[in-house]
Design a protein around this ligand. Structure first.
Ligand SMILES: Nc1ncnc2c1ncn2[C@@H]1O[C@H](COP(=O)(O)OP(=O)(O)OP(=O)(O)O)[C@@H](O)[C@H]1O
Ligand SMILES: [Mg+2]
Length: 333
C-alpha cells in the first residue's frame, strides 16, 4: 500500500519560457483535506492537471495513490475524481444523464451506474432534481452535480479545482459543508485549489501557499498564522509623507515587532496589539503625525500570503476576474 495519497518530487511544468510549476515537492496524506492556495496564475490548475494525468510534467515525478502519473496513468485515473475549474456539464442534458454519461466513459455496467447515481445524488441532495435539465439549475446545484459526477466511480481521492468560483457566499458555505462531509463521513481524500483565503482557512487541514509555481509556505492554517508572531495593527494617516514619518518613529518602539508601509497605511506586528496601540498613538501625537484610523486584528491567511510573498493576494483583483470568468463560462454554455 502506498504511504501517501500524493507524493510529488521536483514536479516542474514549463509553457515555452514560462515556468508554471517550479520544482514542487509535496506530500498529501491519505484522508487529508488539503488546499492549494494562491492567486490567479500561481500554477494551481497546472499542478492538478499533472496529477490527474491531463498534462505531462516537463520534469520531476509524482505518484497518486501509489501509482506513477507517467508510467501508470490508467490506475491513477481509476483512483481519482476530478471537478474541473470551469463548468464541464452538458446543460442540455438532465442531471441524471450527465452522471450516466460519465459512468459509461468509465465503462460501468448499467446496474452499477444506476446504483451509484442513486448514491451520489443523495450525497449532494440532488435526488429531487435529477431529471431536470441542467440549464434550469442554479450555480450551486451545478457545482454539486459536478462533485457528484466526480464521485460516480467511487474514487479514493477527489481533486476540486476552485470548487466555489463565482458562487455567492451562502452557496459557497453550502458547498463547504458537502466537501467536509465527504471527507469525514465518506473518507475521501480531498485536494482543492482556491484563491479564497477564508475557504482555505475554514476547510483545509493543511495548505500549501503557491506563488509563481513555487511553494511559499506549508502547514496548518493555525500554524501558518501563528508563525507571523502576534497581532496586526493597521494605521492610516492623511498623507503618504505622514505615514513615512510615522514609520521611522514606530521603528524605535519596543512593543513593535515588525513594521511595513503601503501608501498611507502602516502595518505593525506586535505580540500584544492591545498594549502596542497606546504606545504607537502616543508617539504619533508627540511627533505630530495625525492618525485617521486604527485597526487591530488577529492574522489571516491573507497576512500569511503577504508575509511570504510581499504581495496581497487581493492585489490581483480576484473578485473582478472571477466575475468575468463566470460570465464567459455562462456565455460558453
Ligand atoms: N496551456 C497553457 N499554455 C500556456 N500557458 C499556460 C497554459 N496553462 C497555464 N498556463 C500559464 O501557466 C501559469 C499558471 O496557470 P494555472 O492555470 O496553473 O494557474 P492557477 O493558479 O490555476 O490560476 P487561477 O487561479 O487563475 O485558476 C499561468 O501564467 C498561465 O497563463
Ligand atoms: Mg486555476
Amino acid at each position: 500500500m502506498a504511504e501517501y495519497a500524493i507524493d510529488m518530487q521536483n514536479l516542474t511544468r514549463n509553457f515555452k519560457e514560462l515556468t508554471a510549476v517550479d520544482n514542487v515537492s509535496l506530500t498529501v496524506e491519505k484522508g487529508e483535506l488539503f488546499g492549494l492556495l494562491g492567486p490567479n496564475g500561481a500554477g494551481k490548475t497546472t499542478i492538478i492537471n499533472m496529477l490527474s494525468t491531463m498534462l505531462k510534467p516537463t520534469s520531476g515525478t509524482a505518484t497518486v495513490w501509489g501509482y506513477d502519473i507517467s508510467s501508470d496513468p490508467t490506475n491513477v485515473r481509476r483512483s481519482i475524481g476530478v471537478v474541473f475549474q470551469g463548468n464541464t456539464l452538458d446543460d442540455r442534458l438532465t442531471g441524471r444523464e450527465n452522471l450516466d454519461l460519465h459512468g459509461r466513459l468509465y465503462g460501468m455496467s448499467k446496474n452499477l451506474r444506476h446504483e451509484r447515481m442513486v448514491e451520489v445524488l443523495e450525497l449532494v441532495e440532488l435526488s429531487g432534481r435529477a431529471d431536470d435539465i441542467v440549464k434550469t439549475y442554479s450555480g450551486g446545484m451545478m457545482r454539486r452535480l459536478e462533485i457528484a459526477r466526480g464521485l460516480m466511480h467511487r474514487p479514493n481521492l477527489l481533486f476540486l479545482d476552485e470548487p466555489t468560483l463565482g458562487l455567492d457566499p451562502q452557496t459557497r458555505n453550502h458547498i463547504w459543508d458537502y466537501i467536509k462531509r465527504l471527507n469525514l463521513k465518506e473518507n475521501i481524500t480531498m485536494v482543492l485549489t482556491t484563491h479564497y483565503m477564508e475557504e482555505a482557512d475554514n476547510l483545509c487541514e493543511r495548505i500549501a501557499i503557491i506563488d509563481h509555481g513555487k511553494i511559499a509556505a506549508l502547514g496548518t492554517p493555525a500554524k501558518l498564522k501563528a508563525e507571523l508572531g502576534g497581532d496586526i495593527i493597521s494605521l492610516t494617516t492623511a498623507t503618504e509623507d505622514a505615514a513615512a514619518g510615522l514609520l521611522e518613529v514606530c521603528k524605535e518602539l519596543d512593543l513593535v515587532d515588525e513594521i511595513s508601509i503601503s501608501g498611507n497605511t502602516i502595518r505593525i506586528t506586535a505580540t500584544s496589539g492591545e498594549r502596542a496601540i497606546p504606545q504607537v498613538l502616543n508617539a504619533a501625537s508627540k511627533e505630530d503625525f495625525p492618525i485617521e484610523s486604527v485597526n487591530l486584528r488577529k492574522p489571516t491567511l491573507d497576512d500569511v500570503f503577504l508575509y511570504h510573498t510581499g504581495r496581497a493576494i487581493r492585489e490581483s483583483n480576484v473578485d473582478e476576474m472571477d466575475r468575468m470568468r463566470f460570465m464567459m463560462q455562462s456565455r460558453r454554455r
